[in-house]
Ligand binder design. Structure first.
Ligand code: IMP
Length: 480
């Protein structure tokens, strides 16, 4: 569903205008990937081609919802795929038509499609050697990058020393560590505002950066300058010119709303704005042009960092989801924490208010469970139900404890915290149409739709993405 579409479901959805293109897209679709070929439903075709001139794919949970795959599927319909925030902390795994696997971190997922221009916007932080490492990997697999990637001349460089400081900061936090990807993201964004280096030298005993080491690093980066030069552009100008020329732009979000520096579970968050607002600041385009925002929601929840996770599953239950969903970090390889879908904190009251969207992935991972739970409300220690997602982590922690302690009682006697739905036994990964899904799987999707409050028009979007992802799951081994 679209933040800017006329039938936006939430009254609180941002009032942005949908700038729709004429029905015919100015650019013929480029070569389609295996994933795209697998998308069947006619209305899917219509909805995909009707996506706004500037659309976005954003995460609605704690990241790893499958945004990269969706961007890969949609990229042939867009002229430009742009990243607006984050850096190499993102890990988007995609496969090309020959089945070659690409783990992308900085390069936008549109790169696999020959005709798509990729833009790394001003809001992204760039580790240059990592960036070229990705390009080398792509080119050795015959993906042409030359002239296809533009890097903003306003984007900040992320140095190795940012990564060192990231690790030292985490060590300093001891048991309260954030669980960062140690890619230097926080320190790099901090040094946009502050002079980090002096502080780091006096603060961390293990900080080995001497003046000569700094000089060496700068020299090393100078050597990248020649190679980097052709990639650099005033991407604010390029994007705004492209909008004038009616070109279609797809924004690829990294991370997700629950990791947003403002709206996420601070301080267990990333240092950028992965929500809708980050698109404008990270690319330099007006909010008026942003149309459809597709929020990707996984059929359950995963998270790699620390912090409260009210619907987390431990022991065998958690292990089962982790194994079936291959929930191991693309960037760090860390096992992800897994749990039930948490309607309360996600689509219903919070993410949709902030971004105005909803959609669904990885339903097949839940196959084989006898029952499926959905977190529907948070009760506090005094048994009061929280009316909105709390900004205060102590409250959220209490909810978590309370939730876990009392979950079965509520399920058994009141049905209040978790709603329990019947599971389905058959494998649905090769199913291509919604009506062929097991009845219980449809019931699950429809119940979530009801809980989220998506009206029929928007429900189609959920199904659209469901179709896409059922198809993708069938064609491409899961690796998120
Ligand atoms: P940072 O972005 O490396 O500073 O990490 C901050 C938090 O965001 C940690 O909890 C990370 O695990 C999480 N995080 C960052 N990038 C991703 C991602 O792409 N997927 C999932 N979690 C992420």
């Amino acid at each position: 569903c679209a933040a800017g579409s006329e039938k936006s479901f939430s009254p609180a959805a941002p009032a942005v205008h949908s700038a729709r293109l004429p029905k015919t897209c100015p650019r013929a679709p480029a070569a389609v990937s295996a994933a795209t070929v697998a998308v069947h439903a006619d209305f899917t075709e219509d909805r995909v081609s009707a996506l706004s001139q500037v659309s976005g794919v954003l995460g609605s949970q704690w990241g790893d919802e499958g945004k990269g795959k969706l961007v890969d599927v949609l990229a042939p319909r867009f002229d430009i795929v742009a990243r607006c925030q984050g850096g190499a902390n993102a890990g988007h795994t995609i496969y090309n038509a020959e089945g070659n696997k690409f783990a992308l971190h900085l390069v936008p997922s549109g790169i696999i499609h020959e005709g798509t221009q990729c833009v790394v916007g001003n809001g992204v932080v760039i580790h240059v050697s990592g960036f070229f490492g990705e390009i080398d990997g792509l080119e050795s697999n015959r993906v042409r990058c030359d002239g296809r990637i533009l890097v903003s001349d306003r984007a900040h460089l992320l140095f190795d020393l940012h990564q060192v400081v990231d690790g030292l900061r985490e060590a300093e936090l001891e048991d309260s560590f954030i669980g960062t990807t140690k890619r230097g993201i926080g320190p790099c964004y901090s040094s946009k505002l502050d002079v980090l280096f002096k502080d780091a030298a006096s603060r961390f005993q293990g900080f080995k950066y001497s003046k000569s080491m700094l000089k060496e690093e700068v020299e090393r980066y100078k050597r990248f300058a020649d190679r980097l030069e052709p990639f650099i552009a005033d991407t604010v100008h390029v994007l705004n010119e492209s909008i004038q020329q009616n070109k279609k732009i797809l924004v690829e979000g990294g991370q997700a709303t629950m990791l947003d520096i403002d709206f996420g579970t601070y301080p267990f968050v990333t240092s950028s704005s992965p929500s809708a607002g980050g698109i404008c600041t990270g690319l330099g385009i007006t909010p008026r042009i942003i149309g459809d925002l597709i929020g990707v929601v996984k059929a359950y929840t995963s998270s790699v960092g620390s912090g409260p996770f009210p619907t987390e599953l431990f022991g065998e239950e958690g292990d089962r989801l982790r194994k079936a969903g291959m929930e191991f970090g693309t960037t760090t390889g860390r096992p992800r924490r897994c749990g039930w879908l948490d309607i309360h904190s996600l689509a219903l009251k919070y993410c949709c208010q902030i971004n105005g969207f909803s959609s669904f992935t990885k339903l097949d991972v839940l196959s084989g469970l006898s029952e499926i739970k959905v977190g529907v409300s948070y009760n506090q220690a005094d048994e009061q139900t929280l009316q909105s997602f709390p900004g205060d982590l102590d409250t959220l922690e209490q909810v978590q404890v309370h939730n876990i302690c009392y979950a079965s009682r509520y399920i058994l006697f009141l049905g209040q915290l978790y709603e329990v739905l019947p599971g389905w036994q058959s494998d649905n990964s090769s199913i291509r149409s919604y009506s062929e899904l097991p009845q219980a799987a449809r019931r699950y999707v429809e119940r979530i739709e009801e809980l989220v409050g998506v009206p029929p028009y928007l429900a189609l979007s959920i199904f659209l993405l469901l179709f896409i992802f059922i198809a993708v799951v069938a064609v491409i081994p899961q690796s998120y």
